[in-house]
Design a binder for this molecule. Structure first.
Ligand code: PLP
Length: 418
């Protein structure tokens, strides 16, 4: 039977999203200044004002990434587009890539590397733990990878991999260090130069307090050289006399970082149409982060996590993962026995308008993830979330001492204010 279609096209209702407090592992609430930046008028992509903004974004991103790298720009797409652009442009079919995996996003790096034909050597750490530098060094010595690709803070497990020794180890053994700093940039230290990281990518929708949709990346000259050795320019825009690089052509056009470098340089060789509004957003995100100051910002995240964790523990809940390696901007907490995790999470959303996260893979149904990222990382959010959680847990038969969570968080804030 033919599908019954309405006579007139459906227009649905006006978009009118309900107010929420987004305390999952990202996206989080967008800073109002960034929402305003998103509504600025379009500019043409070669308008000198717009190319001026592109240069400013490069400069602002260098400061956020703490790098002297020339190359710091945006890949249009969610955070994984930055990962995909860097890995696809770096990895030639058959290249060996070492991927230390301690959560879902390590698996993503493996998957992206495999899709471009890498010979991937995965290393596994139990979810809730991270790697020692020596375990990674031993694997590098054994497998001699071209690239070591790893995640900084893996939101799926809420663990953060220390990187200060990993960059120098990669450098010592001639491997390129790629890091996914999606969940940490703007909330925890990401020392691109200090840790000798060769290529790093991120997103806006976590500690940068922006919307998902564009990915800041940075890489050094060493990486630029490797990528440029594969440079092939689309025929329709090829300058006369262009000689392609000797390496194999990068498999993706959209994620071709060699062509992106030409677009983000005075050549302004047209690749895609830069996502105007997302560039405005990235510009404002970076300005807000730098205005607050990176160290002040990191301290704000550390304090919020300490207060949240004190509150959760005072409610008798058990925190997840190795305490020495917890991220400062998202906390994993075991779902108490007898409580239906998804149902309780649904009630927190429906009754209090607060979103907290579930988890994946081996942690599905075992932990919730509570984010304290960027704009949401405020005392009021922490106290509101703890009160809501206590109330909903009571409805689900779990009884914490009334007020214990909020009181414990207050103590942490009060001590910090002294
Ligand atoms: C560590 C990490 N990497 C990558 C991603 C993927 O980001 P996106 O969904 O923006 O592509 C996420 C998202 O949660 C993440 O936490």
């Amino acid at each position: 039977m033919d599908e019954i279609r309405p006579n007139r096209p459906q227009l649905y209702e006006n978009l009118d999203p309900e107010p929420r407090l987004l305390m999952g592992p990202g996206p989080v609430d967008v800073h109002p200044r960034i929402l305003r930046a998103l509504s600025m008028p379009m500019l043409g992509q070669f308008d000198p004002q717009f190319t001026g903004y592109m240069n400013q974004v490069m400069d602002l991103l260098r400061q956020v990434f703490r790098t002297e790298n020339h190359w710091a720009f945006l890949v249009n797409g969610t955070a994984r587009s930055g990962t995909e652009a860097l890995l696809t442009s770096l990895i030639c079919p058959g290249d060996r890539v070492l991927v230390p995996i301690f959560g879902r996003f390590g698996h993503l790096l493996k998957e992206i590397s495999e899709r471009v034909g890498a010979q991937v050597v995965p290393l596994h750490a139990e979810w809730g733990t991270v790697f020692t530098a020596s375990a990674i060094e031993e694997a590098i010595i054994e497998h001699r990878p071209k690239v070591v690709a790893l995640v900084h803070g893996d939101t799926s497990t809420t663990m953060v991999q220390p990187l200060d020794e990993i960059g120098p180890i990669c450098r010592k053994h001639g491997a390129i260090a790629y890091v996914d700093a999606t969940a940490t940039l703007g909330g925890m230290a990401v020392e691109v130069d200090g840790w000798q990281l060769d290529a790093v990518s991120s997103g806006l929708q976590k500690c940068m307090s922006g919307p998902p949709g564009t990915a800041p990346i940075t890489f050094n000259d060493r990486v630029a050289e490797v990528i440029n050795s594969r440079k092939h320019i689309e025929e329709g825009i090829q300058p006369e006399g262009f000689v392609p690089g000797s390496g194999p052509r990068i498999q993706s056009n959209y994620f071709d970082v060699a062509m992106l470098m030409d677009y983000w340089s005075p050549k302004r060789l047209n690749h895609h149409t830069e996502s105007t509004s997302m560039l405005y957003a990235a510009h404002e995100c970076a300005r807000i982060v730098l205005e607050e100051g990176l160290e002040t910002r990191f301290e704000r995240h550390r304090l919020a996590s300490r207060a949240l964790r004190a509150g959760l523990e005072a409610m008798g809940l058990k925190l997840f993962g190795d305490p020495a390696h917890r991220m400062d901007n998202v906390t994993g907490v075991h779902i108490p026995e007898g409580v239906d995790g998804d149902k309780a999470r649904g009630d927190i959303l429906a009754d209090f308008g607060i979103e907290i996260g579930t988890s994946f893979g081996p942690l599905q149904g075992r932990i919730w993830r509570i984010g304290t990222m960027g704009y949401v990382c405020r005392k009021s959010s922490i106290l509101t979330c703890l009160s809501a959680l206590e109330a909903v847990l009571r409805q689900h038969g779990y009884r914490a001492t009334p007020g214990a969570g909020v009181d414990a968080a207050y103590v942490v804030y009060r001590e910090a204010e002294r």
